[in-house]
Every structure is written in C-alpha cells, then in structure tokens.
Ligand binder design. Structure first.
Ligand SMILES: Nc1ncnc2c1ncn2[C@@H]1O[C@H](COP(=O)(O)OP(=O)(O)O)[C@@H](O)[C@H]1O
Ligand SMILES: [Mg+2]
Length: 571
C-alpha cells in the first residue's frame, strides 16, 4: 500500500518508548498550581512533540462566556476557527465517559440537553486552511468544557491511490484522547480548588465580620472560631481564644455557662437557646443570648457552634422599665399610706397621752403610783402601732429599691401574703373581700423574690381596681404541680375584660384606667418577669363576670435562666 507508507513518512508514529517518555514529561509539568494559559501551552507543546508533521491547534473557551478566548496554532487557520462553537461528534455520545463529563442544561420542558455553545456534528470541521482531514478532542471534565484539541492533516503528494486518502487518525486519537483528558481533569481540579478556597475565605470573612457573636469549638471543646464581634464585646481576641479549652478558660474567668450549654447541646444533639454571662477582659458584666447547634460533617458531629447576641443593654433597659413601673405602682399604693399611717398613729397618740397624763399625776403625788391592766393594754397598742408604721415604711422602701437580679430560695405563699399586706389599703378602698387558699405544702421556689412580689402586687392591684363601687371578692390561690411547678391564681368578681381589649392586655402602655390610676405597664412587666423565669401566664375573663389570672412557675431552672445550671465542676 504505497500511499500508507508515504503518509507515515510524512506523519510518523513515534516509537512507544518515546511516546511514553513524552507523556511522562507532560504529566510532570502539568500541575494544579499552573494557570489555564500555562496548562494549554504545555498541552500544545506536548502534542506537537508527539505528533510530528501534523497540524495541531488548541482552542480555549472562556469559562463564563464559552466563547473562544485563545487559539494556539502555528499554521494558517480558517476564518471560523475563532468563532465556531465547540463540537462533539454524535458517535462520541456512545461513550459513557463523554456523556458523564458533558455540561448539561435543562430546557423549558425540563429535559436535560446540551448547552447551545456545543454543537453536535457528524464529522469535526477542519480548522487549518491546508487541511484535508482531521479530528478534534474536547477538553472535558466534570461538566466543564474548557476547549478543544484539533489535529489536522494536509495532503501528501502521491499518497492518493484514487480512493479516499488514508491518515493515521485512529492511532493519533489513541494518543490525544488520554492526554487531553488528563489535562482537562487537572484544569478542572484546579478550578474546584480555587472555588473551594475562595468559598472558605468568603465564609471566614462572613463569620468574622458578622454582627453576631460567633464561637465554635471542636467536639473536644477547643476553640476553633472566635469572631470579631466577640473580640469587641469581651476584649479577648481570636489569638487569646484559639485552641483554648473553652470549659477550662471560661471557668477560670468565672463564667462557666457557655461551655456548659455547648456540652449540653453536643450531648443532646438538639439546638439549645440560653441567655448567660460572658467574660470580659475589662471586668464588666456582659449578658448574651446564644443559640447552640451541632455542625455535622457527613453523619458525624464535627463542631459545636454558638451564635449569640449581646443583650446587656437590653437587659439594663428592661430593668429600668421594671423599676419605673414599680415606682408608678408605688404611687398608687402610697395614696393609701396616709390612711395606713393615720390609723396606728391615732391610737399611738391616744394611748401615749393617756399613759403620760397618768404618769404625770403619779409623779406629782396626786394619784397613787400604780399601773392598771388598761395601761398594759395602752402600751401594747403603742408598740403595735409603731411596729405597724415601721413595717409599712420598711416595705415601701424595700419595694422602691431597684430589685437585684439574683436568685433566692423562698416560699411562694410568703411572697403572696406579703403582696396582700402591701395592697391592704388598695383592697380596703375597693371594698374587696379577700379570700386566700394557700397550698399548705409548696416546695420552695428559686427565683428573683422582688420580681415575684411585683407580679403578686400587680395582679392583686388589678383585681381590686376591677371591682364595682359596691365592692366584690378577690380570691388568691396557690398550688403545686408535683415537683415541677407552682402556681398562683388571682381572681376577682370585677367587671371583666372586653373582647376588644383581650389582644392588647399585655402590651406596654395599654390601659383602660384614668391617668394617674393606670400606667398600662403592669401586665407587660408581669409577663416579662414570668417568661424570664421560664413560667407561663394565662387569663380567663367574661365581660361583667370577673377575671382570673393564672401564673405557673417551674421549680427547676427556666429556659432563660442559665445562672441556675448545675455545674458540678465549678461548685
Ligand atoms: N383583673 C382585671 N379585670 C379587668 N380588667 C383588667 C384586669 N387586669 C387587667 N385588666 C385590664 O388590662 C389593662 C392593663 O393592665 P395593666 O397592664 O396592669 O395596666 P394598668 O393596670 O396600669 O391599666 C387594664 O387597664 C385593664 O383594662
Ligand atoms: Mg395594673
């Protein structure tokens, strides 16, 4: 076959050893650290070394527009070489490898189809002006088409024996396809690596710049993430925090709650939400509310992530509002102070006068110097009266003081009785018949005593103020629900609540009372206090048929009371 021999003289096949050493060279040079243009240059040079005499071109497509962005070739090209789309011969679609790597889009009917920048062809178009035959191999990997390798052949004098000229297409393809695939995979890996590290940096920046407190630890509790917001708030930088065992570190700073909650979330696998104290480099008390979640990698828990908000300022403001409301309620109660003080003072005065008149006469020798039983009575009344005034004054002062936010253990019944005695005058003035039904065996409550007193006083005052001028009944009841919760109900036979008012009852400043009598803050604060103790408040009312407010308070720590967390190690 003379033509085949002539063709092979013009387009020699390199001996296998030489091909192998070329491929080894090629592989050594190709690395994911190189840029796209370096990679295509190495591919082009490599192919030209392995395919002497052939016309070799590499067309590179832009990653976004898929238009031809560069062509490497060293012979004149047809004009369309720069504009024609990438091509895939129909026959190639029989290869699963090609199908898997082809980019895909979905059409309007929802079917998967080839994107418009790839054209299906029966035969590859030739891209060299002098070419009479040739083929192309796409640079395809992972659904990305980064370009095409073209190998074309020009005519060989005397090689035609009348039929179609023969060219070493098959053996050349056997060489170009694996080399092109290798390069496409490397380029694709490089792109993925770049995207991953970009994403990682992007995420790190989001976390660091976020307007939220973000801390993460590995499953052993060592700090891996500590963002800028936390640095600003606590004064501890990322470098102070990184790698620290959060439990040990926070415990040494006197704020063990966050790592405890994080461990709790890790143990339960659930999201945990808590408010807690945070350490601060400057020593200030910082409160933050955190959401703690477990971040999984595949099936396995990989990190514990806590995202929080600084609530220090909000808590301080809430404290101020609670205090302001207390002073307003105090104003109402103080209206009764004159009355409260007048009664015992009158008896003190009368009794003291009687005893002192008698003592004077006795000293003057005008009556025998003997005390009679009535004097003991008078002195007792003096003592009682003064005691009553002293107690009342003390109560007023105590109530007016801003409440501490420390938990105490106390009996709910005592606090409710205290509230009732505080409201004695308000109840008297409203002609309320007070009935109490205290459970005789309540477990002690752990809560902020002043605040629970404020709840009782507000509910009792509201009940008294709801009664008609002729008066009515105010009933106060306490009970227990096993060892889980205690309850307080305050009922009245007052005017009840209008349907239209029901949705607004707990809103701050909602009041139906005359100015000076109501602030509209009572119930909103009652609800805040109850919620912050992890409790609940409900009411039943019928217009004209009286109202009952029901408060339940858990005995164990409430959701928002992390200070009560039992920390075995820190005790
Ligand atoms: N026991 C009750 N009976 C009838 N209405 C009540 C009762 N408790 C509260 N309300 C209604 O809820 C409103 C809001 O109560 P509150 O927040 O304590 O504010 P204030 O007592 O200062 O008006 C009251 O103005 C009243 O209309
Ligand atoms: Mg009120």
């Amino acid at each position: 076959m003379p033509s085949r021999r002539l063709v092979l003289e013009r387009f020699p096949l390199l001996p296998p050893a030489e091909v192998l050493s070329n491929i080894v060279d090629f592989s050594r040079m190709v690395s994911a650290n190189l840029g796209d243009s370096d990679l295509t240059r190495i591919l082009y040079d490599g192919l030209r070394a392995m395919l002497p005499g052939r016309l070799v071109a590499v067309r590179v497509l832009d990653a976004k527009t898929h238009l031809v962005s560069a062509v490497l070739a060293d012979a004149p090209l047809v004009q369309e070489a720069l504009t024609m789309p990438a091509t895939i011969p129909r026959g190639a679609l029989d290869h699963q490898n090609v199908l898997d790597n082809l980019p895909k889009t979905t059409n309007e009917a929802g079917e998967s189809e080839l994107p418009s920048y790839i054209r299906l062809v029966d035969e590859h178009p030739l891209i060299f002006k002098d070419a009479v035959a040739g083929f192309a191999v796409p640079l395809l990997a992972g659904g990305h088409m980064m370009g095409e390798v073209h190998v074309n052949y020009s005519t060989v004098d005397g090689a035609s024996d009348g039929g179609r000229p023969w060219f070493p297409i098959k053996p050349d393809q056997g060489l170009v396809i694996p080399v092109a695939n290798h390069l496409a995979v490397v380029a694709h890996t490089r792109r993925l690596l770049r995207e991953t590290s970009y994403l990682q940096e992007y995420l790190e920046q989001i976390v660091d710049q976020a307007n939220a407190l973000i801390v993460a630890t590995d499953m052993q509790g060592r700090v891996t993430v500590w963002n800028r917001a936390l640095h600003r708030l606590t004064g501890f930088s990322r470098w102070d925090a990184s790698g620290q065992d959060l439990s040990v570190w926070f415990k040494s700073l006197g704020t063990p709650q966050l790592p405890l909650v994080m461990r709790q979330a890790a143990a339960s696998g659930d999201t945990v939400t808590r408010e807690m104290k945070l350490p601060s480099a400057g020593g200030a008390v910082i409160r933050a509310a955190f959401n703690v979640v477990i971040v999984k990698s595949g099936q396995l828990p990989a990190a514990i992530l806590a995202v929080g908000q600084d609530v220090t300022a909000m808590r301080a403001l809430q404290g101020q509002v609670i205090h302001a409301e207390k002073l307003a309620t105090l104003g109402q109660i103080a209206a009764g102070v004159a009355h409260e003080i007048n009664n015992p003072l009158t008896s003190i005065q009368v009794c003291a006068e009687a005893v002192s008149r008698k003592a004077k006469l006795a000293i003057e020798g005008r009556v025998p110097n003997v005390f009679e039983p009535a004097d003991v009575d008078r002195l007792t009344k003096i003592t009682e009266g003064s005691e009553r005034i002293r107690r009342f004054a003390k109560d007023l002062v105590t109530y007016a003081r801003p409440s501490s936010d420390d938990n105490q253990q106390f009996a709910l019944n005592d606090v409710v009785s205290h509230g009732l005695s505080f409201c004695e005058h308000v109840l008297d003035e409203a002609r309320a018949r007070v009935e109490t039904d205290f459970h005789p065996d309540l477990p002690e409550l752990t809560a902020i005593r002043d605040q629970i007193l404020q709840v009782a006083i507000n509910l009792i005052t509201n009940a008294a103020q709801s009664l008609p001028p002729a008066g009515g009944q105010v009933r106060v009841r306490t009970w227990r629900r096993g060892n889980a919760a205690v309850g307080l109900a305050v009922s009245d036979t007052g005017r009840g609540i209008k349907d239209a008012d029901r949705p607004h009852l707990f809103e701050p400043f909602f009041t139906t009372k005359a100015p000076g009598r109501g602030t509209g803050l009572g119930l909103s604060i009652v609800r805040n206090i109850v919620f912050s103790h992890g409790g609940q408040i409900t009411f039943q009312s019928r217009q004209g048929g009286g109202t009952t407010f029901v408060v339940t308070l858990p005995l164990a720590r409430g959701e928002s009371e992390p200070d009560l967390l039992q920390d075995d190690e820190s005790n």
